[in-house]
Write a protein that binds this ligand. Structure first.
Ligand SMILES: N[C@@H](CCC(=O)N[C@@H](CS)C(=O)NCC(=O)O)C(=O)O
Length: 231
């Protein structure tokens, strides 16, 4: 069985690509050219009417999947990997996955696309100030959560899709919006989170996922812009 992942370099699809590589799943990756706004083309809107990446086509499902967290949950359940297998940890897994999606990623999206939420340069700049504080507060909260156990991952000893999602969010927070991103020093000051990012960035499956999108160098701590950036 082969999945199809629709992607654009360094977009939210990278989270799904990391999961597919970690699982060892077979998949085909099809690029959607965001420079040409292909994510809003009628052909792509048939896969996701929101016009957003990622989309994953699972031939065993009756419809394409969109929403990063939904795709991650689907893959983790289908393969019984990258999630806690102890039923008592299901709630912990779900609450942090939804926090990453509904709160951290949602705030980052407003920071990345501020012009969709404010209509002039002054209000855009003003809106980015509390957003940066909010994102940092979310990272402090996640670092504190990690202090409750011995780590090294967000949920404890086992790597989960939450770690992949978290790491990508922290990467983007340090890169975007350009000129107004979170300083790497703010992330480096959070020791447990920084340890997670360091360890994840060394995993072969994770590096393979980024390399496939043309991204090398430090991935999650003081990351560099992709060679061929979309934004
Ligand atoms: N809630 C969505 C957000 C996905 C998202 O923000 N995708 C971005 C790329 S990182 C995108 O497709 N942006 C294109 C656009 O907004 O036009 C999810 O979790 O999948």
């Amino acid at each position: 069985m082969t999945y199809t992942l629709f992607y654009s370099p360094d977009s939210a699809n990278i989270v799904v690509r990391m999961a597919l590589e970690e699982i060892g799943a077979t998949f085909e990756a099809l690029e959607v050219d965001r420079r040409e706004n292909a994510q809003r083309s009628p052909a792509f809107l048939k896969f996701n009417p929101q016009g957003l990446l990622p989309v994953l086509v699972d031939p065993a499902q009756d419809e394409p999947l969109f929403e990063t967290a939904a795709i991650l949950l689907h893959l983790a359940d289908a393969h019984r990997m990258l999630k806690p297998l102890d039923a008592r940890a299901r709630g912990r897994f779900l609450k942090w996955l939804f926090f990453l999606s509904n709160t951290l990623h949602a705030d980052l999206r407003i920071a990345f696309y501020t012009e969709r939420y404010a209509d002039n340069a002054q209000s855009i700049a003003a809106l980015r100030v509390p957003l940066r504080s909010r994102v940092l507060a979310h990272l402090v909260l996640l670092d504190a959560e990690m202090a409750r156990h011995a780590g090294p991952w967000l949920l404890g000893a086992e790597l989960s899709v939450c770690d992949l999602y978290l790491a990508a969010c922290v990467r983007w927070a340090q890169l975007y919006p350009r000129g107004d991103a979170l300083p790497a020093t703010a992330v480096q000051a959070l020791p447990r989170l920084a340890g997670l990012l360091q360890q994840l960035g060394e995993r072969p499956a994770v590096r393979k996922a980024f390399a496939a999108e043309g991204i090398a160098g430090p991935l999650f701590l003081a990351p560099e812009y992709p060679a061929n950036p979309v934004v």
